[in-house]
Design a protein around this ligand. Structure first.
Ligand code: NAP
Length: 317
């Protein structure tokens, strides 16, 4: 456990958040779990929230639930977006630019995990890589000009899973035509998301663009529907049992790292933020160790170039 948490013994909590009135947060995947809690807490602090969700009915139910919990007058809208479909991401990004005049933070939270058998997106990317990584890559790039204009942030929600797979990017078989396992593919997608943050920060620094920041965080092990949505029967049983133990925490605690990265001043863009307790699954939120493979400069650069080529989208950085 970390002994020197800059936020004290209890770590970062939303008590540190001032009023967010006048600020706009764009969040992916708010229909359940950590995304829902992130939206709820930001709205409770008077922020404007633009939610990006793939299922309009679930999104409408989410807005109704948030209004019931908070207030009818909360400032929240949903724009339909499927992270696994690049055309949908591009359309949603255009709609965000139309409807929001600023973005204080883009919180890249939505994801799927542990898809039991290999599936592909419309663009023929392995599903978890397509949804978690390439979906957010394109969204971030298209919203970048407004985030920059707003002196805002990009917050990427990674996972300790970054350290549980092959610990690099499988450039010779990115889409797992060989040796697919649900865990390795999820792990790669989360490692790629984290690496893109550190590479983006390097590029921002080199370009002298210091007004915009990107942060990598993760929610530890939180009781959400992540595994129920996509995982195999076996995975559902294992995580179902884990949820009964102190190895997991409630979804609102899981939201603290991304809330912190979206709002706390003076954070370190080279850090990795999440729970600092047992295995980094639970406990006070703060910065903690990240393994070297997540900051491998050669792999990070290669991944960036490959992402521009695969999506056809350049950041001009
Ligand atoms: N829970 C954990 O212990 C844990 C651990 C490590 C990392 N994480 C990370 O935490 C983040 C939040 O996950 P969670 O645990 O809160 O899971 P969750 O309850 O399953 O929430 C995931 C959200 O992502 C959305 N989503 C999934 N596929 C999408 C797509 N193609 N397009 C748009 N939205 C999509 C879901 O929407 P639908 O309702 O439409 O499915 C849902 O709103 C993820 O990035 C996850 O990798 C979680």
């Amino acid at each position: 456990m970390s002994t020197s948490n800059p936020f004290g013994k209890k770590g970062w909590t939303p008590d540190r958040m001032k009023s967010q009135k006048g600020k706009t947060f764009v969040i992916t995947g708010t229909t359940s779990g950590i995304g829902f809690e992130t939206a709820r807490i930001l709205l409770s602090k008077d922020a404007k929230v633009v939610m990006l969700n793939r299922n309009p009915k679930k999104a409408a139910d989410t807005i109704a639930a948030l209004k019931q919990k908070l207030d009818e007058k909360i400032d929240v809208i949903n724009i339909t977006m499927d992270l696994g479909d690049q055309a949908s991401v591009k359309k949603a990004a255009a709609e965000v630019l139309e409807k929001a005049d600023r973005i204080d933070a883009l919180i890249c939270n939505g994801a799927i995990a542990q898809t039991p058998t290999r599936e592909l997106t419309k663009e023929d990317w392995e599903l978890q890589m397509g949804v978690n990584y390439f979906g957010h890559w394109t969204l971030q790039a298209l919203l970048f000009p407004l985030i920059e204009k707003s002196k805002g942030r990009i917050v990427t929600v990674g996972s300790m899973g970054y350290d549980m797979g092959i610990k690099t990017i499988k450039f010779d078989d990115l889409n797992w035509e060989k040796d697919y396992t649900p865990n390795d593919a999820y792990s790669q997608s989360k490692l790629a998301q984290i690496m893109a943050v550190y590479e983006l920060n390097n590029r921002l620094k080199a370009a002298g663009k210091t007004d915009i920041k990107a942060y990598a965080c993760h929610p530890g092990s939180s009781r959400t529907s992540l595994i129920d949505t996509n995982g195999s029967f076996m995975m559902k049983v294992v995580f179902g049992l884990m949820k009964l133990t102190p190895l997991t925490q409630p979804a609102d605690n899981g939201a603290y790292p991304e809330l912190m990265c979206a709002t706390e001043p003076g954070l370190d863009e080279n850090a990795f933020y999440g729970p600092t307790g047992r295995s980094n699954w639970v406990g006070p939120v703060g910065p903690h160790e990240i393994k070297e493979h997540a900051k491998d400069k050669v792999v990070m650069k290669r991944l960036w170039n490959l992402s521009e080529k695969e999506t056809g989208i350049s950041w001009n950085l």
